[in-house]
Write a protein that binds this ligand. Sequence first.
Ligand code: PLP
Length: 390
Amino acid sequence: MTQPLNPLVTELEPDRILTFRKSLSNYSDLVYLTFGEPGFASPKAVKEATKKAIDDDRSHYGNSQGELALRQAALAYLKDRYQLNYPSIDNLIMTAGVTEGIQAIFKTLLTAGDGLLIPDPAYGSYFAALSLAGGVALPINTAKADFKLTPALVDEVIASATVPVRAILFNYPNNPTGVSYSLAELQALADCFERHDLWVISDEIYAELTYEGHHQSMGKLLPERSIVVNGLSKSHAMTGYRLGLIAGPLALIEEIQKVHGSSVFSLPTFVQDGAVAAFKMDRDELAYMIDGYRERRDFAKKELEELGFEVVSPKGAFYLYAKLPDKVNLDAQDFALDLAKNGGVAIIPGTAFSLFDEAKRYVRLSYAADMATLKAGLARLKKYLAKRKD
Ligand SMILES: Cc1ncc(COP(=O)(O)O)c(C=O)c1O
C-alpha cells in the first residue's frame, strides 16, 4: 500500500505515561504508584442500578446528548455541588469520559494553527487531543510561580504568542500537582481570561477530591465563556464506566453536540442508568473516599518530605508532585527507571507532564491506591534511597 496516512496521526507522540509504563514491563514485583486509578470499588447503588438496567434490557441506542433522566440528575448535581445554574438539560452533553469531551471541544473551538494555552505541568493526553485537532499548544510554565497559574503568567505567554490564542485549558485540582485555587485567585484569573476574550475549558474532574474547603467552579465565575468538563471517574471510583459531562452556554453546546453525536452517537444506556444513581448520591455517602484519600495524602507527603523530597502543596486530586532530593544525581526519567529496577517501585517522571526543564527534577506519585500499597511503596522507596550512592 502506497497511500499516505494522516501525518497528524502518524507523527503523534505516544502517550508518555503509557510509554513509561511499558518501559517498566521488564521488571517484576513492582509496587505501582503510577496511575490515577481510584483504590475503591464503585458505589453499591451504582452497581445495583447498572445491573437492573441490563436485566430491564436497557441495551438499545440512547439519546445522543445523554438520557433525559441522566442529564436531569447531572444538572441537579452541578447545582447542588457547585451552584452552577444552567437553565436546562440542553446545556449538558454526557460524554465517554472527560477524554472524549475534550476531543469534541477542541474540534469545535479550534481550527488548524489556533493556539490553546495550557498551564504546564498538565495531564498528558491534552497534548495528543490538541495535535489531532490541528491546534498549537502554548504551554505556560507554572513552575515559575510555585505551580500556580497567575494572570501575569497568562499575559506573558499571550504577549509572545505568534498564533491566534483562542482558549485556555485550565485544570484544577491539578494533575499532576494537586494544586487548587481560592475564590479570590480564581476571580483574578477569570478577569484575566475575560480581558483576553478566551474560551475557558475548565477540567474539574477532581473537583470532589478537594481536601480543604469546597471546589469553586469556573462555570460560576464565567458562565458565558466557560466549558466545564467533569465526570464520575475519580469522584465516584467509576473510571471503567467512561462517564463524563460537558456543561456550557447553549449555542456552544449545540455545536459541540455535532461532534459528539457523529463520533459516539450515544453512551451505553445501562451505564447511563448506573450514572443516574451516582449523581443522586449525597456528598456524605462518598465521604469515606475523600477521607481515605486525605489520610493517604497526609501520610505520603510526610514520608516523602522526611526522605528529602520537596512536595508541591497538594490541595486536591490524588497526586504528589515532588522535587527529587538534592543529593540524587539523576534526572527524573533515569531516577524513576532506576527506582523501578533496583527499588521495586513505579512512579512517573515529571517530564511525562511537562515541556519545561524544571520537570526533569520532579516525579509524580499517585496516592489513589489503597493504604497498604502506598505504605509498601514508600517503605521500598526509603530502602532504595538509603542504598543509593550519589
Ligand atoms: C486532568 C484529567 N482530566 C481527565 C482525565 C480523564 O478522565 P476520564 O476518565 O473522565 O476520561 C484524567 C485522568 O487521569 C485527568 O487526570
